[in-house]
Design a protein around this ligand. Structure first.
Ligand code: KIV
Length: 253
């Protein structure tokens, strides 16, 4: 798709009904993101979600997908401790129905990427704002602002490509920096808060569907106000049941 100049359209999903709708709507790639920690479990960071939850979500998503590529996020500590643990954990995602896994960072992660790819497990990289490193980064702010950070981002991207990654997520970096990386790589870049020049785009589903009033990120376009719709529907049901309007004759035997 990169060679043909076609944009790669990605979203996150964590369950069967949403995965089915996304697949029917023509999404190319569904990421079972560890952002499930935030938008499904209400956790403050992605550091506290584990393998068991991520495997459950992968299985549920896989049940709803016929066409899209499913990529599962390897959670914190599932690929850092040893190469053996990384292979075993990545393999569990493939057994659960994913076709690839995603890992964050470069440096020591490069060896892990090489090993997974050697064992036939496709790997997506993730650079820029890497939420599993939130404490090292000191928050969720824009990355690669200084020239030396931009050079580092480029060299890490090239190393991940050489290690065998088939695609690279670039999160929250300046658009011009993402453009430079995208032009330099053979593999596609998938941006989130990284401007329009990436080969594809990804967003967290709950953010773009407007589930939560409080999450208004600059890089997210809200395509619906689902939170409001659901609240109104439920309030209608509550009022009907309390007033004896539901069930009526039409909905009774
Ligand atoms: O976990 C996730 O949803 C992600 C995307 C934000 C890229 O990693």
């Amino acid at each position: 798709m990169k060679a043909r100049g076609e944009k790669i359209v990605c979203l996150t999903a964590y369950d069967f009904p949403m995965a089915k709708i996304l697949d029917q709507a023509g999404i190319d790639l569904i990421l079972v993101g560890d952002s499930a920690a935030n938008v499904v479990y209400g956790m403050a960071t992605t550091l506290t979600i584990g393998m068991e939850e991520m495997v459950y979500h992968t299985r549920a998503v896989a049940a709803g997908v016929k066409r899209a590529l499913i990529v599962s996020d390897m959670p914190f500590l599932s690929y850092q401790v040893s190469l053996e643990r990384a292979v075993e954990n990545a393999g569990r995602f493939l057994q659960a129905g994913a076709s690839a896994v995603k890992v964050e960072g470069a440096g020591p992660v490069l060896e892990t990427v090489r090993r997974l790819v050697e064992y036939g497990i496709p790997v997506m990289g993730h650079l820029g704002l890497t939420p599993q490193a939130v404490h090292k980064l000191g928050g969720y702010r824009l990355q690669a602002r200084k020239p030396e950070e931009q050079e580092r981002l480029l060299s890490d991207s090239i190393e991940l490509e050489k290690a065998g990654c088939f695609a690279l997520v670039l999160e929250k970096v300046p658009a011009e920096v993402a453009k430079m990386v995208t032009m330099r790589l053979q593999i596609p870049t998938i941006g989130i808060g990284a401007g329009p020049h990436c080969d594809g785009q990804v967003l967290v589903l709950q953010d773009m569907l407007g589930f939560f009033e409080e999450s208004q990120f600059k890089f997210v376009k809200r395509y619906a106000e689902i939170g409001q719709m659901v609240r109104q529907a439920v309030m209608g049901y509550v009022a009907d049941v309390r007033a004896g309007r539901f069930p009526d004759e039409e909905h009774s035997f």
